[in-house]
Ligand binder design. Structure first.
Ligand SMILES: *[C@@H]1O[C@H](CO)[C@@H](O)[C@H](O)[C@H]1NC(C)=O
Ligand SMILES: *[C@@H]1O[C@H](CO)[C@@H](O)[C@H](O)[C@H]1NC(C)=O
Ligand SMILES: *[C@@H]1O[C@H](CO)[C@@H](O)[C@H](O)[C@H]1NC(C)=O
Length: 728
């Protein structure tokens, strides 16, 4: 099988020829394309399969461990044996002692779905392609908890080649208590490693202890496959010597690896082999006491069936991903320039990598699909409404049904009457994967934040999909929250907003804006003009009459009525624009556009409010979506500058020091790692209309009985936009 590689890789030339050709940045001797990210996603599919390569390790990739999103090192090695000499391509820390040579890393690249590393190993050139599909309308493909590693030999003139990969026990989360199993089914071979006596749903340092790590492959047409598990010195040493693992003998103990090796024989030209790496949990989620499992298990209930399908699906998934990567790049470039395209490309896998797509384990009923999202790194809450909220622009762009899939678990809980407070719940459980609600009524309190969010999200779903049935069944619940907002959002009690790190405030203008837009959204949702009128009246009060602004109307204040010099990024006004509600007049956006383009911009952009030196990248992209082009581009430039500054190596952080005004190092991330909220970076693209990406497959999408049309028209990547971007 032969595949065309993304962009430049298809040229099949040696690494060295890339120097100076591309605009990507150099670090060490490595060219990063399109630019240096903080960390490269390697296998990022759900909260427990989230493996990264910090970009400051890429120049020494042959030695480098990869990382779990939370920062724990994981062993994942790739070795190529060329004419009897072994070269490490990745992940062999003790190279010198081993007799394995380091390959030379020349180039690294990320797209929305691939991370690629080009290396030379003696006389041959190779590319490691780490591919995590993002295919939200194909529930089967999206729900598989596996990721591809394809090792391409891109140039070989008649050399004898074997390719090896291993992973270690650290992937289980409790290395010392883990043990391996090896299985063969037909030509599929796979290792699994699991923790002995792990209790279902137990985590340690955010890693799943239950379930199993998987490394799988199949012999290709021209390659044979062998397997071994044991100490890394013994296993890699055996491969180094024999180019094959079948006669090996090793004992599993602390530090051990499970390994697979392909023998390609003589390669003249190109060849490739595929590995699958995964983390499977049969019982994936505890939803109100019932086990939910991966959607894919309806069709492929056993591990080996799922892995076989995943490997069979490679070609289709691969072609879809190339089209998608290209379309997203073109579309995002047309929307807000090439830097914006870099930002959304790096955000895509991370945004979907915080989610599991599930069905009930017992019935495997594919009409009962629920999505669960983890509040990674802040506190591990499950289906936090103010995580779904910042992220929702990516669902709007890619597949708006996901707004419903994520809200439905919450709506069922509310509908069952298990939440008694007059405002909506913050999340569906204190810690993933326990979506068990808060029957003790003790969820973190964010009354106006979450009530406004829920109404806006419900309308966004309805507008984007045309499905009114889903929202209609919950109208009474939504109405209760709309009434709560009417009663509580002018003289507003001291309370937290989504940015709880900033502390509570009474009368926070940005929350008042959220309430105002939320009330108007319910008016649209229900067709009840009473609510629409009140929304308009509140907007008049907060903006036109100036309760939420300074006297001169230069900006929205942080807190009203008596803090004219305070300010906060009024990002809650963005859905008013996206959903076409026109609650606030044009002048409100013009005011902010002017204010944020001049006075308050730090080295890396605009902080959250006048008290903080840190910015939220998701909210800043929301706000940028309400600006004219110049101010918008400043916000995009600043986020891009943070993303690419080479000063940090976490998965994309959505919170970072934007200004040195408080004496902190600007451009450094704070606390937030790998959060799915980076879906909010799609806010500018979302303005082009819902479901505007055309290249994603829609096979395997069950459920909704009638097929509906969006109520708003998509202005997707039409030919004019595409042309502009290609010429740019
Ligand atoms: C590999 O084998 C498959 C199945 O037998 C066949 O369809 C395919 O064409 C073969 N590919 C090559 C490159 O020989
Ligand atoms: C999950 O489903 C499998 C069969 O698909 C069954 O063997 C297992 O007992 C179920 N577990 C639970 C907790 O329902
Ligand atoms: C909040 O704003 C309302 C309306 O302007 C005002 O009556 C109230 O005193 C304010 N509360 C605080 C704590 O400032």
């Amino acid at each position: 099988m032969r595949f065309d590689l993304p962009r430049s890789l298809g040229l099949g030339s040696v690494c060295a020829s890339f120097f100076g050709v591309f605009s990507g940045s150099n670090q060490g001797q490595v060219t990063h394309h399109p630019v240096l990210p903080p960390s490269y996603p390697l296998a990022v599919r759900n909260p427990y399969l989230s493996t990264w390569m910090p970009s400051d390790r890429v120049h020494r990739l042959p030695y480098a461990d990869s990382q779990f999103w939370a920062g724990q090192d994981l062993g994942w090695s790739v070795i190529a044996r060329v004419d009897g000499q072994a070269y490490s391509l990745m992940g062999v820390p003790d190279l010198e002692a081993s007799g394995i040579r380091p390959a030379t890393v020349c180039r690294a690249e990320f797209t929305a779905t691939h991370s690629l590393f080009e290396l030379t190993a003696g006389p041959v050139s190779l590319t490691l392609d780490f591919f995590s599909p993002v295919s939200p309308s194909n529930y089967l493909r999206q729900s598989l908890p596996f990721s591809y590693l394809t090792v391409h030999v891109t140039r070989s003139q008649g050399h004898d080649i074997q390719i090896y990969s291993d992973i270690d026990g650290r992937w289980t989360g409790r290395e010392r208590r883990s043990g391996p199993t090896f299985e063969e089914h037909g030509d599929l071979a796979f290792h699994s490693v699991s923790v002995e006596d792990a209790r279902t749903y137990d985590e340690e340092n955010d890693m799943a202890l239950w379930g199993q790590v998987l490394l799988a492959s199949r012999p290709g047409n021209v390659s044979s496959l062998s397997a071994l598990a044991g100490g890394p010195k013994a296993v890699r040493g055996h491969f180094m010597k024999h180019g094959d693992l079948s006669t090996g003998d090793a004992i599993w103990s602390h530090g051990s690896v499970v390994a697979l090796a392909h023998d390609l024989g003589t390669v003249a030209g190109e060849a490739s082999v595929n590995f699958a790496v995964g983390y499977e949990r049969e019982k994936a989620i505890n939803y109100l006491g019932e086990a939910y499992t991966g959607y894919y298990r309806a069709e492929y209930p056993t591990t080996h069936e799922a892995l076989s399908f995943f490997l069979n699906d490679y070609e289709d998934a691969y072609w879809e991903s190339l089209e998608f990567d290209r379309e997203l790049n073109t579309f995002a470039t047309a929307a807000a320039g090439p830097k914006y395209a870099d930002i959304v490309a790096l955000s895509t896998r991370q945004a979907y990598g915080g989610i599991d797509l599930t069905i009930p384990n017992d019935s495997l009923d594919t009409d009962d699909v629920l999505a669960f999202i983890k509040e990674l790194s802040s506190d591990g809450n499950i289906n936090t409404i103010d995580i779904i909220m910042p992220a929702f622009p990516i669902y709007w762009v890619m597949d708006p049904d996901w707004i419903r899939l994520l809200l439905e678990p919450i709506m069922r809980y509310l509908d069952a009457g298990r939440w008694h407070l007059p405002y909506t719940i913050h999340d569906l459980g204190t810690h993933y994967p326990h979506a068990i609600g808060h029957d003790d009524q003790q969820a973190e309190a964010m009354p106006i934040e979450e009530s406004g969010n829920l109404l806006i999200l419900a309308l966004a779903y309805m507008q984007a999909t045309g499905d009114t049935d889903w929202t209609d069944q919950y109208t009474a619940i939504f109405q209760q929250y709309a009434d709560y907002l009417i009663d509580n959002s002018i003289n507003m009690a001291n309370q937290l907003s989504s940015n709880d790190a900033a502390g509570p405030l009474p009368n926070e203008t940005n929350l008042a804006i959220k309430a105002t837009v939320g009330i108007k959204a319910f008016g649209e949702l229900s067709g009840n003009t009473y609510y629409s009128q009140i929304g308009d009246e509140y907007a008049d009060l907060f903006f036109t009459q100036g309760l939420g602004t300074d006297m001169e109307q230069t900006h929205f204040v942080l807190e009203y009525p008596d803090f004219p010099d305070s300010w906060k990024t009024p990002y809650n006004i963005y859905p008013d624009v996206l959903l076409g509600l026109d609650t606030f007049p044009r002048e409100a956006h013009e005011m902010s556009n002017k204010f944020f383009s001049t006075s308050v911009r730090g080295e890396y952009g605009v902080p959250l409010d006048n008290r903080q030196d840190w910015a939220k990248s998701d909210w800043n992209m929301w706000l940028a979506g309400t600006f004219d082009e110049d101010t918008r581009d400043e916000f995009v430039d600043d986020l891009w500058a943070f993303m690419t500054n080479g000063k940090h190596n976490w998965p994309f952080s959505d919170r970072y020091v934007a200004t040195s005004a408080h004496g902190n190092e600007p451009g450094a991330p704070i606390l937030c790692r790998a959060r799915p909220t980076v879906g909010g970076h799609f806010a500018i693209l979302a303005l082009k209309g819902p479901a505007s990406i055309q290249s994603l497959s829609i096979t395997h999408k069950p459920g909704r009985k009638t097929s509906k049309m969006p109520l708003v028209k998509s202005q997707g990547a039409d030919s004019e936009l595409v042309l502009q971007a290609e010429m740019a």
